[in-house]
Write a protein that binds this ligand. Structure first.
Ligand code: BG6
Length: 473
C-alpha cells in the first residue's frame, strides 16, 4: 500500500542554465551564469570581488553548451516519459524571452522554443513545473541597472512573467517565481546578480534586493492568477533545517536565528507581510528598506504552495566560525558528527527531510512541493559498460521514505522532482562529474564527450517507484 496520494506528481528537475546550452542561439542574451567559468575563478566571479564581465578565451564556461538540452529536449523528455514522469520541472531563461531584460517586446524565437518544450511534455501527459528565474539574470540588467538592487527590476520581471503566463497559458499550470530565493544572501552574484562597491553595507544591498524580488514575486503571483485562475504559483526555498550543535541554549538560539535568515523570504511569500523578527534583524544590520507606497498591499498576494529543495540538514552553534564547517548547499553550516556526508561534503540526512517538511507545514499551512533532492556523486562504468549507482538509489529511497513519513504525519505534498534527473552542470562547482541523474550524459568537466544519454541502474529503479506510486522502493 502506498502512502502517496493518488495523482501525486513524480518526476525530475533541470534548470535552463545548467542544461540548455545554446547560450547565444535563438536570440538569447548573456546571463550572469554565462559569465561564471569552471575552475579556480568560479568563486571569484560569484562573490563579485572580481568585476570581470567580459568572457575570456582562456576560461571554460560550462553553461555555454551544458548538456545541449536546447537541441535534445525531445530525446530527454522521451526518457522522462519512459520512466513514467508525471511532472517535469525546468526553468525559462529570462534572456531567451527578453535578451537584455528591458526590451518592450519579447523575442518570438524564445517563446517558440519553450512552447515546443511544453507541448512535448503534454504529449506524454507530463505536467510542466516552471521556474521563472533560476539564478540567470540577464547580464544587461546587471551592468545597466545593478540587477535587483534597482527598483526597475520589478517592472522588468513583471513584464517577463506576464509574457510567460500569457504565452504558455493552458500548457503550464504550476509556476515558481524565484529558485532558492534565500541563496541571494549566501551567494549574491549567482543568486541575484549582485555586485558590491568597496565599503558599502552589503546587507543593505542584499535586503533591498530581496525586497524587490519579494515584491516582484507577489506581483507575478497576482498576474498569474489574473491570467488564469487555475494557475498555481509557488515560492522556492533552499531548505534544510538548522539543528543546534548542542542543547546549550546559545546553540539553540543560533539555530533558530539561522533558520529565520532563510525562512524570512518564505515568511513574506507565504504569509504576505514581513515577519515581526525582521525589524530587529534590520536594525542590527543597519538596513533600511525603501518601499513604494503600494508594496505592503502587493505582498498580500501570497503563493498557492510552498516548494523547496532539500539536500542536507544544517547545524549551528553559538560560534559559527568554529573550525568544523561543512558545505550544505552553499549555506554555511557546521559539520554534524551524527550523519554521513557525500563526496562533496554535503550531509546525508533523510530524517532531516521529514523534520523540515513538518516544520514548513506547521509554519505555513500550505501544500508543499519538494522540487529538488538528490545525491551528487561520481559515476563509473563497470566492466559491462553499465553504471550501477546503488549509492544514488539508496539516498533517494531513504528520502522518499522520509517524504512518505511526513505525509503520514499529515503534511500535504503535491509532488517530488528529484534534481538533475538527466546529468547536468553543477551550479556550485561547474562540474559535470558531480552527477545527480538517472541518465548519464557523456561529457566531462572540460567539455569533452559525445553528449550521448545512457540509462543508469537508477533509471529502472525510479521507473518502478513511479509505477507503484512510491510503494515499491
Ligand atoms: C540547488 C540549485 O542549489 O542545488 C541547483 O537550485 C543546483 O541549481 C543544486 O544544481 C545542486 O547543487 P550543485 O552545486 O551540486 O549543482
Amino acid at each position: 500500500m502506498s502512502v502517496f496520494p493518488q495523482g501525486f506528481l513524480w518526476g525530475g528537475a533541470l534548470a535552463a542554465n545548467q542544461s540548455e546550452g545554446a547560450y547565444r542561439e535563438g536570440g538569447k542574451g548573456l546571463t550572469t551564469v554565462d559569465m561564471i567559468p569552471h575552475g579556480a575563478n568560479r568563486l571569484a566571479v560569484k562573490v563579485g570581488k572580481e568585476k570581470r564581465f567580459a568572457l575570456r578565451e582562456d576560461e571554460f564556461y560550462p553553461s555555454h553548451e551544458a548538456i545541449d538540452f536546447y537541441h535534445r529536449y525531445k530525446e530527454d523528455i522521451a526518457l522522462m516519459a519512459e520512466m513514467g514522469f508525471t511532472v517535469f520541472r525546468t526553468s525559462i531563461a529570462w534572456s531567451r524571452l527578453y535578451p537584455n531584460g528591458d526590451e518592450p517586446l519579447p523575442n518570438q524565437e524564445g517563446i517558440a522554443f519553450y512552447r515546443a518544450v511544453f507541448e512535448e511534455c503534454r504529449k506524454y501527459n507530463i505536467e510542466p513545473l516552471v521556474t521563472l528565474c533560476h539564478f540567470d539574470v540577464p547580464m544587461h540588467l546587471v551592468t545597466e541597472y545593478g540587477s535587483w538592487r534597482n527598483r526597475k527590476m520589478v517592472d522588468f520581471f513583471a513584464r517577463y512573467a506576464r509574457t510567460c503566463f500569457e504565452e504558455f497559458n493552458g500548457l503550464v499550470k504550476y509556476w515558481l517565481t524565484f529558485n532558492e530565493i534565500n541563496i541571494m544572501l549566501h551567494s549574491p552574484f549567482s543568486g541575484a546578480g549582485l555586485v558590491f562597491e568597496e565599503g558599502e553595507n552589503e546587507d543593505q544591498v542584499k535586503y533591498q534586493a530581496a525586497h524587490h524580488e519579494l515584491v516582484a514575486s507577489a506581483l507575478a503571483t497576482k498576474i498569474a492568477h489574473e491570467v488564469n485562475a487555475e494557475n498555481q504559483v509557488g515560492c522556492m526555498l533552499a531548505g534544510g533545517n538548522f539543528y543546534p550543535y548542542s542543547c546549550k541554549p546559545e546553540d539553540v538560539w543560533m539555530a533558530l536565528e539561522k533558520d529565520r535568515e532563510n525562512l524570512f523570504f518564505i515568511d513574506v511569500q507565504a504569509r504576505g507581510s514581513y515577519p515581526a523578527y525582521s525589524a530587529r534583524v534590520f536594525r542590527e544590520k543597519g538596513v533600511t528598506i525603501v518601499k513604494d507606497p503600494g508594496d505592503d498591499e502587493l505582498l498580500k498576494n501570497t503563493v498557492d504552495f510552498v516548494s523547496f529543495s532539500y539536500y542536507a540538514s544544517r547545524c549551528a552553534s553559538a560560534d559559527m566560525n568554529a573550525n568544523n564547517t561543512s558545505a550544505a548547499n552553499i549555506v554555511k553550516s557546521l559539520r554534524n558528527p551524527h550523519i554521513e556526508v557525500s563526496a562533496w561534503g554535503w550531509g546525508i540526512d533523510p530524517l532531516g527531510l521529514r523534520i523540515t517538511m513538518n516544520m514548513m507545514y506547521d509554519r505555513y499551512q500550505k501544500p508543499l512541493f519538494l522540487v529538488e533532492n538528490g545525491l551528487g556523486a561520481k559515476d563509473e562504468f563497470d566492466a559491462n559498460g553499465e553504471i550501477n549507482d546503488d549509492y544514488r538509489i539508496s539516498y533517494l529511497r531513504e528520502h522518499i521514505r522520509a517524504m512518505g513519513d511526513a505525509i503520514e504525519d499529515g503534511v500535504p505534498l503535491i509532488g517530488y522532482t528529484s534534481w538533475g534527473c538527466i546529468d547536468l552542470v553543477a551550479a556550485s562547482t561547474g562540474e559535470m562529474s558531480k552527477r545527480y541523474g538517472f541518465v548519464y550524459v557523456d561529457r566531462d568537466d572540460a567539455g569533452n564527450g559525445s553528449l550521448d544519454r545512457i540509462r543508469k541502474k537508477s533509471f529502472w529503479w525510479y521507473k518502478k517507484v513511479i509505477a507503484s506510486n512510491g510503494a515499491d522502493l
